[in-house]
Design a protein around this ligand. Structure first.
Ligand code: UD1
Length: 434
C-alpha cells in the first residue's frame, strides 16, 4: 500500500549517478547458470526485478553473495534441474531468459509464462521458434513452458526472427553459447543490453559475434569459466532523469552514462528546445520554459525507445502546440493517458497514436503507476504539477529504478514514500476538520 507523495513545482538541480542497466542485468543473472565457476557482476542495479531473479537462481542451487551494494558473486557450479519458485517467475518478464539458460545448462527447462508490464499481447513465439530451431521440443500448457532438447543437448542452427525482439534475441544467444556448432540469428535486435549480454558471455569464454548488428553468430563452446564483468549504465534510467530535468525546468548533470545510447533521446529533447550537452560519460540537461511541440515514433534501437514513451508524453503535455506520439512496438501502451488527464493534461489516444495538446500547467492528483515506465512518467508529472500528487502502485516503479526517491530528493524534489493509511495526507479531510 505504499505510495509516493510529491509536492510539485520545484526544478530539479544537481547531479545524479545512473545505475547498471536493468535489461542487461536481468539477462546476466540467468546467464550465470551457464557458467562453470564464479561470475562476479559489478554495477548490478539493486531493484526488485534483479532481487527476484537472484532468489530464483538461489532456489536452483546457485550460491549468491552480495559483495557490496552493486556487486554480486554468483556460483552456479552446484545447480541442478528442479522446480524453481514459479510465483516469482510469473511476476517478471525476464524469467523467460531461464528457458534459454536452463536448456543450455540442463538440456531441459520448466518455467511459467513470463509476467511483466501489460502493454497488450506479449507473445513469446519467437523465443520458442528459436529454441525449436536449436533442437528443443517446446510445449506451452496451463501457463507453463516446458522445453527439452530432444537428444540431450542443443545444436547450432539458423534462426530468422519474424519480429525484431529483444527478448528472443537474448534468449537464443543464451541457449546457443553451449550448443554444438554455429548459430546464426538473423533480424536480431540491436539494443545496448544485447551487446552487453554478448560481452558478458564472451568475458566468461563464449564466442558471440556481431551483437549490435542484425546478424549475430554464436559459435558454441564446451564450457564457460568464471570471471568479472561490469553492467553498462541504464539507458532508460538516464533518459528518465533527462526528461525529468527538462520537464521541471531544472538543470541536472547525469553521470555514468554512455552518450551513444542516449542519442535518440537527446535529439528529441533538443527538438523541444531543451539544452542537452554531452560529455564523455555524463550529460547536462537544462530545461526551457518555452517547450516546442514534436512528433515521436517509438522503434527498435537505435530508434526512440518505447520504454521512454510515457516520460516523453508527460513532457509534451507542457509543450506549446500539438504533439503526436506513435507507438511502434506495443498495441496498448497508452493506459497512463487516463492518469495524466486527471492532472489536467489534454491527451487523446487513438490506437497506437497519442495526440497531446500542450497545456500551461499540470495540477496535483491521485494517480496510479499503470506499469514501470508509466509510473516514472507519473512521478515526472507530479514533480512539475502545482500542488500535491500521490502516485499509487509504486511497486511497478521499484522494479526498475534504483533508489528513485533518494536520487530525486538529492536533486531537490519534494517526494517521499508514505504508507496507507497511517501516513496519508488527505487535503480534503484537513479542510473538513477545520
Ligand atoms: C524488452 C524489454 C522491455 C522493452 C522491450 C522493447 C526486458 C526484460 N524487457 O521486452 O523493457 O519495452 O524489450 O524494447 O528486456 N514479440 C512477438 N513475439 C515474440 C517476442 C516479441 O510478437 O516472441 C513482439 C512483442 O509483442 C512486441 C515486439 O515483438 O510487439 C518487441 O518485443 P520484445 O523486443 O521481445 O520485448 P521484450 O523482450 O518483451
Amino acid at each position: 500500500m505504499e505510495r509516493y507523495i510529491i509536492n510539485g513545482g520545484l526544478p530539479l538541480k544537481g547531479e545524479v549517478e545512473i545505475s547498471g542497466a536493468k535489461n542487461a542485468a536481468v539477462a546476466m543473472i540467468p546467464a550465470a547458470l551457464l557458467v562453470d565457476g564464479v561470475c562476479r557482476i559489478e554495477n548490478m542495479p539493486h531493484i526488485s526485478d534483479t532481487d527476484m531473479l537472484l532468489t530464483i537462481i538461489s532456489e536452483l542451487g546457485a550460491k549468491v553473495r552480495l559483495v557490496n551494494h552493486s556487486t554480486v558473486e554468483i556460483d552456479c557450479t552446484q545447480v541442478s534441474f528442479h522446480d524453481a519458485p514459479f510465483d516469482l517467475m510469473r511476476k517478471i518478464r525476464a524469467s523467460y531468459y531461464l528457458i534459454g539458460a536452463m536448456l543450455g545448462r540442463f538440456g531441459v527447462s520448466k518455467t511459467t509464462m513470463p509476467g511483466g508490464c501489460n502493454f497488450g499481447e506479449r507473445p513469446i513465439d519467437q523465443h520458442i521458434k528459436g529454441m525449436e530451431a536449436l533442437g528443443a521440443e517446446v510445449t506451452v500448457e496451463h501457463g507453463f513452458v516446458y522445453a527439452v532438447a530432444t537428444d540431450g543437448h542443443l545444436h547450432g542452427s539458423k534462426v530468422y526472427l519474424d519480429k525484431v525482439s529483444v527478448g528472443a534475441t537474448m534468449n537464443i544467444i543464451l541457449a546457443s553459447v553451449l550448443a554444438s556448432g554455429r548459430t546464426i540469428i538473423e533480424n536480431a535486435a540491436k539494443e545496448p543490453h544485447i551487446v552487453d549480454l554478448a560481452n558478458f558471455l564472451n568475458a566468461m569464454g563464449a564466442d558471440v559475434r556481431g551483437a549490435g548488428t542484425d546478424t549475430i553468430k554464436v559459435y558454441g563452446v564446451e564450457k564457460l569459466h568464471g570471471g568479472t564483468y561490469a553492467v553498462i549504465p541504464d539507458q532508460i534510467e538516464a533518459g528518465t532523469y533527462m526528461v525529468a530535468a527538462a520537464a521541471t525546468g531544472g538543470e541536472v548533470l547525469i553521470k555514468n552514462i554512455i552518450p551513444k545510447h542516449l542519442e535518440c533521446i537527446s535529439d528529441k529533447l533538443r527538438e523541444t528546445g531543451t539544452i542537452v550537452q554531452m560529455y564523455e560519460d555524463s550529460v547536462l540537461v537544462r530545461g526551457n520554459d518555452n517547450l516546442r511541440r514534436i512528433s515521436v515514433k517509438t522503434m527498435p534501437y537505435p530508434g526512440f525507445p518505447t520504454d521512454m514513451q510515457p516520460q516523453m508524453a508527460t513532457l509534451l503535455c507542457l509543450a506549446n502546440g500539438t504533439s503526436v506520439i506513435t507507438e511502434g512496438i506495443y498495441d496498448n501502451r497508452f493506459k497512463y493517458a487516463h492518469e495524466l488527464r486527471k492532472m489536467g493534461a489534454n491527451i487523446r489516444v487513438d490506437g497506437r497514436v497519442c495526440i497531446i495538446e500542450g497545456c500551461q500547467r499540470l495540477t496535483g492528483a491521485q494517480v496510479m503507476a499503470c506499469d514501470l515506465r508509466a509510473g516514472a512518467a507519473m512521478v515526472i508529472a507530479g514533480l512539475c504539477a502545482e500542488g500535491q500528487t500521490q502516485v499509487e502502485d509504486i511497486h511497478y516503479i521499484e522494479r526498475g529504478y534504483e533508489e528513485f526517491v533518494s536520487k530525486l530528493r538529492n536533486l531537490g524534489a519534494d517526494i517521499r514514500i508514505a504508507d496507507y493509511p497511517e501516513d496519508m495526507c488527505f487535503p480534503e479531510r484537513n479542510v473538513a476538520a477545520v
